[in-house]
Design a protein around this ligand. Structure first.
Ligand code: PEP
Length: 248
């Protein structure tokens, strides 16, 4: 049985005090929402502080990235083992900002998924197409290509441990989410392509979700929740999204 799932990707925003205030407010205001899993993804630097704040709450902690290698001589990197030790249960992998600005390929992403699973972290694998790819009718191929490298390597049994976030690149941070029909079409095609395990994989949507457009998206049959960027920086908006998700 799939659980509803909402993650707030704080990206490289805030400072120690503003992030602690935000997380504290989200924790307090959402304490009665038990029907969905809510995860906060702060910058690495604040994982420890946020972990302490979340200790007695029902919210979970995740990191926005990990290194594709195990501990060793990789200056400036952070390993899956390290974030796991800090109390993370989840890790975002393959966000389009990592693919675009840091040139991460499907191969890097596959290695990161492996490190995550080896360290009992649930990967939130981000996939999505550009506007040009969509216009050329390539959405399904692009997305299945992004998923299949992990799917083929990891095998069916582990695939269920991955959350897949469909994030069209043109919708992220644009203020204009994909329409609920487009979201449903893509998520149902992912489920269809995953065949026997399709029904048990958690599929979420991300890209300019806000309290105005969320209900129509969350109501779609194949949408299990959302990955939230901008709106997660505002506790009222983020808590409202959790409430909407839990009530659909
Ligand atoms: C994201 O970057 O994962 C995201 C969904 O951002 P936004 O909600 O701001 O579009």
């Amino acid at each position: 049985m799939r659980r509803k799932f909402l993650a707030g990707n704080l990206k490289m925003n805030g400072c120690s005090s503003s992030i602690c205030e935000l997380v504290d407010a989200i924790t307090t205001r959402s304490k009665n929402f038990h029907d969905c899993d809510v995860v906060i993804l702060p910058p690495y630097l604040y994982l420890n502080e946020v972990s302490l704040l979340l200790e007695k709450s029902h919210l979970s902690l995740g990191s926005q990235n990990i290194c594709q290698f195990n501990n060793g001589s990789y200056t400036g990197e952070i390993s899956a083992e390290m974030i796991s030790e800090l109390g993370c249960d989840y890790v975002l992998i393959g966000h389009s900002e990592r693919r675009n600005f840091f040139l991460e390929t499907n191969n890097h992403i596959l290695e990161k998924v492996k490190r995550a699973l080896e360290n009992n972290l649930t990967p939130i694998l981000c996939v999505g197409e550009t506007m040009e790819e969509r216009a050329a009718g390539q959405t399904e191929n692009i997305i299945m290509d992004q998923i299949s490298s992990t799917h083929d390597y990891i095998g069916i049994s582990q695939q269920e441990k991955i959350i897949i976030a469909y994030e069209p690149i043109w919708a992220i941070g644009s203020g204009k989410a994909a329409s609920e029909n487009d979201v449903q079409d893509v998520l149902s095609s992912i489920r269809r392509n995953l065949e026997t395990i399709g029904d048990s994989v958690t599929l979420i949507y991300g890209g300019s979700v806000n309290p105005e457009n969320a209900q129509a998206i969350f109501e779609q049959a194949d949408v299990d929740g959302g990955l939230i960027g901008g709106a997660s920086l505002d506790e009222k908006k983020f808590v409202e999204l959790a409430r909407l998700l839990q009530e659909v």
